[in-house]
Design a protein around this ligand. Structure first.
Ligand code: 5AD
Ligand code: SF4
Length: 445
């Protein structure tokens, strides 16, 4: 039995998001919209009447994963849920997805998911249900407002898309041109999230620091959020070095609620490779920028993204990346093997790098990154800081929260609960987390 041909509308749904934080946010907005339509969430995909796979196209491995995930939705009796492929694979591959597998009923891109209810109706009638439009009117104007949800941390998309066209990257094609959401819409959504219980908001954008509205920049928005009484912490991600304004750097120095953490991808430490990547900054301009950020906020935790094995990357180029990583001393960093993506200029470049060479470079880079993460975490041992409790730990009585520098902190804190801001002394550190002890001070949620 194929659900889409039964002419019944689904009653239950399950949304599964892959990839970046913006996909997590989009997945939440889709779920809220389906709730508003009267559907109920199901804990598991196979049991749901309909499943949304909210996909990522950034690297080949992520993009191919959707096809194995679809296969896993076949039930023992041969039936399956109605299946919608959403997100960046939907945008990039469109109708090709339905050619590759008969198991997909709906294909919906990241700028069109406000039309999901209509697509579900069409699929239930057995009609074509594909929408990868990038309409001029934003989906945000159509989506229902944010419901009250008791959770301490929330994402809020303020900017979407990318005009930078790095030669390896699919984002300008899957997410479209850079668009900033209007000031009022963002402030309203932030208020709704804080009313619902959010104590920390992370502003999201593919180039979040390029956000602007009527002459105002991201720092103005951050200063407005800073004035919201029950909001305690503000973060933002992901930023591009070229959009790091003086105002934003200054905000790191004097906005107390703006957490001391900056994710600022550089991708490579070699100028010829940065040029081939069309990054429009140099190793030196990036390092000088970090100096200014550190001057404004000396304890800031820096994180970055790196690609190894970009076409024509020589041993010398790679050594430059390693030396940049050592020079910066990242608190956290993500590193990836270059993955050629269809339609991007780098996929057609000569001198693609052999997989064994990429493997070896990735291993060396990750060893350096882990050592630096450990050093950063160890340097916080002995410090006293606030931790926002986010979830229970694995051991009985244990809670896990985040330090201002976005480190996971494990703590035993009798009487504390999720959403509380507690004060801890950091007592030990590993490469991925810290252990803290309660100082006795607690601000209840
Ligand atoms: N191959 C490998 N990594 C990539 N990234 C983006 N495109 C590719 C690609 N084609 C990485 C970049 C980016 C992060 C989100 O993913 O480091 O900052
Ligand atoms: Fe993946 Fe980029 Fe799309 Fe996020 S925006 S889901 S990282 S391809």
């Amino acid at each position: 039995m194929i659900h889409s041909k039964t002419k019944t509308k689904p009653q239950t749904y399950h949304v599964k998001s892959f990839g970046c934080q913006m996909n997590v946010y989009d997945g939440e907005r889709m779920a809220e919209m389906l709730d508003a339509q009267g559907l109920t969430p199901a804990a598991d995909g196979v049991d749901a009447d309909m499943v949304v796979l909210n996909t990522c196209h950034i690297r080949e491995k992520a993009a191919e994963k959707v096809y194995s995930d679809i296969g896993r939705l076949r039930r023992d009796d041969g039936s399956r849920p109605m299946i919608a492929v959403a997100g960046c694979v939907a945008q990039a591959e469109g109708a090709e997805i339905k050619r590759r597998t008969k198991m997909v009923d709906i294909v919906v891109g990241p700028q069109a998911y406000h039309r999901l209810p209509d697509l579900i109706d069409r699929a239930a009638r057995g009609e074509e249900a594909l929408d990868t439009d990038m309409p001029a009117a934003s989906k945000f104007g159509v989506l229902p407002g944010r419901p009250k949800q008791p959770r301490p941390t929330a994402f809020l998309t303020v900017q979407e898309g990318c005009d930078k066209f790095c030669t390896y990257c699919v984002v300008p094609y899957t997410r479209g041109a850079e668009i900033s959401r209007p000031w009022d819409a963002i402030i309203d959504e932030a208020k709704a999230l804080v009313d619902g219980g959010a104590r920390e908001i992370t502003l999201l954008g593919q180039n979040v620091n390029a956000w602007e509205d009527d002459g105002k920049g991201l720092h103005d928005l951050i200063r407005a959020l800073d004035r919201m009484e029950r909001l305690e912490r503000i973060r933002y991600t992901t930023s591009h070095p070229n959009d790091m304004s003086d105002g934003l750097i200054a905000a790191h120095g004097d906005v107390e609620k703006l957490m001391p953490y900056l994710h600022l991808p550089v991708q490579s430490g070699s100028d010829p490779i940065l040029k081939a990547m069309n990054r429009s900054h140099t190793r030196d301009s990036y390092l000088r920028l970090l100096e200014r950020v550190r001057a404004a906020r000396p304890d800031i935790a820096l994180s970055g993204d790196f690609i190894v094995g970009f076409p024509s990357e020589s041993d010398t180029d790679f050594e430059q990346t390693l030396s940049l990583v050592r020079e910066v001393g990242y608190a956290y960093a993500f590193s990836f093997k270059y993955s050629p993506r269809p339609g991007t200029p780098a996929a057609d470049m000569k001198n693609q790098i052999a997989p064994e060479v990429m493997d070896e470079r990735l291993q060396r880079l990750q060893a350096q990154i882990v050592a630096d993460q450990l050093a950063f975490n160890q340097a916080t041992v002995g410090k006293r800081c606030k931790v926002l409790i986010e979830k229970p730990g694995r051991k009985p009585g244990q809670l896990v929260g985040k330090s201002p520098w976005l480190q996971s902190v494990h703590v035993y804190a009798d009487g504390a609960k999720i959403g509380d801001m507690i004060e801890v002394d950091i007592v030990s550190a590993g490469p991925n987390s810290l252990a803290g002890e309660l100082t006795g001070k607690k601000e209840a949620a």
